[in-house]
Design a protein around this ligand. Structure first.
Ligand SMILES: [Zn+2]
Length: 260
């Protein structure tokens, strides 16, 4: 082969590789999500609990619940897309969105499953003062663990319970445990436990769940007023494990939809 031919071949190869990488980069940045046939009939709506202003509970170190919720919900959304599932994230910028509007947004997006992401606290009588980084905060190390809620007023109660059960089973397999403190017979709690082993509560009047026109589950991923668990739920390894569990439960939901 002559030198000239080698140069032409090298330029040709480099040119092809350049075009390939340009195409790959363009695809990473702009390609629409590829939805596999397996999941084309289902769509996951992810509700980020609360908003920036009315941010929900406060952690033992003074961080608003919304910060935890948006982080976990965004990870979940990205995981859904990379698993070739259709998904929408409700209110990612944290503006004021009424509770009733959240299931409506899910319905308009033709979601087949709604998962609302929250982090938990405890009743005021259990809170104690402590100092962290020179600032006073409230904490309670009395409870730790996840909680799952469904509404008996949701039209798809059976499927909501099935999804919650699948999520609970995944969490239990990962070594997580439910917190049953919402069932305590005291003011503000007293929630009926549908499944104590799995930590599934029935809370009929949760607005987002009862108004959803699709199966709906609310997850309290952990108790952020607990000093240790605040650190645990902030750990990326914990977050990814929770996300994997929800994705798996959502996939089973998709398969049940297909087999109907
Ligand atoms: Zn909340």
């Amino acid at each position: 082969m002559t030198i000239r031919h080698q140069v032409v071949l090298r330029v040709g190869f480099a040119d092809i590789m350049l075009k390939f990488y340009a195409l790959l980069l363009g695809c990473i940045l702009f390609c629409p999500t590829v939805v596999t046939a397996e999941y084309e009939n289902c769509r996951l709506a992810i509700d980020i609990g609360h908003d920036r202003q009315a941010a929900g509970a406060r952690s033992a170190r003074g961080k608003p619940e919304w910060d935890f919720n948006v982080q976990l919900a965004t990870l979940l959304y990205n995981a859904a897309l990379s698993n070739h599932m259709q998904a929408i994230l409700i209110n990612p910028n944290g503006s004021k969105v009424q509770l009733l509007d959240r299931p409506r947004i899910a319905q308009e997006a033709k979601a087949t499953l709604l998962v609302s992401i929250h982090h938990d606290s405890a009743q005021p009588q259990y809170l104690l003062p402590w100092e962290w980084k020179g600032t006073s905060h409230l904490y309670s190390d009395r409870f730790r663990g996840y909680g799952l809620f469904v509404s008996g007023k949701n039209v798809y109660l059976d499927e909501s319970i099935q999804v919650a059960s699948d999520m609970a089973d995944g969490l239990l397999r990962n070594g997580h445990h439910p917190s049953l403190h919402h069932a305590e017979p005291i003011r503000g709690e007293n929630r009926p436990l549908l499944d104590p082993l799995r930590g599934i509560y029935q809370f009929d009047d949760l607005v987002v769940l009862k108004n959803a026109e699709m199966p709906a589950v609310l997850l309290e991923a952990g108790i952020i007023i607990n000093r240790e668990q605040e650190l645990e739920v902030s750990d990326p390894d914990f977050q990814h494990k929770v996300v994997d569990v929800i994705i798996t439960a959502a996939k089973w939901h998709c398969q049940r939809l297909d087999s109907r």
